[in-house]
Structure formats: structure tokens, C-alpha cells
Design a binder for this molecule. Structure first.
Ligand code: AMP
Length: 116
């Protein structure tokens, strides 16, 4: 069994977070350390630590991440100008929290994907 992270506590509302959306499969909340005017994390409610742990049974929940990203981008007013979706994996990918999450970033020109 993978070890729970702080994100499981956010899903269960045991610690505060600015939750923008929640359904039976996914939860979306504002990143505590925003790197853009809009910076939202969208996560499956079920713990999947990294992209390396994805199984075919996870496809519905992971597909939902994109549907919710699309809706939240519209809600944030950033859909037309554009935005970036990022999923980091393990150390070289810069992953800090081992509960898979999609970053939705926008609200300003984000520049090139990799800056170093
Ligand atoms: P990553 O580097 O892809 O694992 O991103 C983890 C993200 O989680 C970072 O952008 C953090 O700022 C964010 N984060 C960590 N703890 C919290 C929290 N309690 N509430 C909201 N965002 C968080």
C-alpha cells in the first residue's frame, strides 16, 4: 500500500484547502504556493503515487482530470488566452508530493516549458 500524503487529508477535508471542485473521482484546489495567477491542482481521490503507478483501471479518473481542467480554465477566465497542464513524475520530474496531480497554470504568458 502506498503511503498517504497531505493531499488525502485535503480530499477528506481534514485540513483546510481552497477546494474549487470535488466529485466522486477527483478533487481540485488552489496550489498553496502559486507559480502563476491561476495555479490549481487536480488530483484523483484515489491515491496513485506517480505516473509510473497508473493502471488501466485508473483511466476514467485520470481522464476526468482533463475534463475538470477544461471547466476550471473556463471558470478562471483563462481558456481563450491559454494555459499549461503539467504532471511531474519522480525526482528528475520535480515531483514533491507523491499523490499524482495535474497542475493547471495560467493567467499570464508562461514562457518556454523548460527554463534550465
Ligand atoms: P509537485 O512538485 O508536482 O509534486 O507539486 C506539488 C505541489 O503541491 C506544489 O506546487 C506545492 O506548492 C503544492 N502543495 C503542497 N502542499 C499543499 C497544500 N497543503 N495545499 C495546496 N497545495 C500544496
Amino acid at each position: 500500500m502506498a503511503e498517504e500524503t497531505i493531499f488525502s487529508k485535503i480530499i477528506r477535508k481534514e485540513i483546510p484547502a481552497d477546494i474549487l471542485y470535488q466529485d466522486e473521482l477527483v478533487t481540485a484546489f488552489r496550489d498553496i504556493n502559486p507559480r502563476a495567477p491561476s495555479h490549481i491542482l487536480i488530483i484523483p481521490n484515489q491515491l496513485i503515487p506517480t505516473v509510473n503507478d497508473i493502471e488501466s483501471d485508473d483511466e476514467v479518473a485520470l481522464g476526468r482530470l482533463f475534463t475538470v481542467a477544461r471547466k476550471l480554465a473556463e471558470q478562471e477566465g483563462i481558456a481563450q488566452d491559454g494555459y499549461r497542464l503539467i504532471v511531474n513524475c519522480n525526482a528528475h520530474g520535480g515531483q514533491e508530493v507523491y499523490h499524482i496531480h495535474m497542475h493547471l497554470l495560467g493567467g499570464k504568458p508562461l514562457g518556454p516549458l523548460l527554463m534550465n
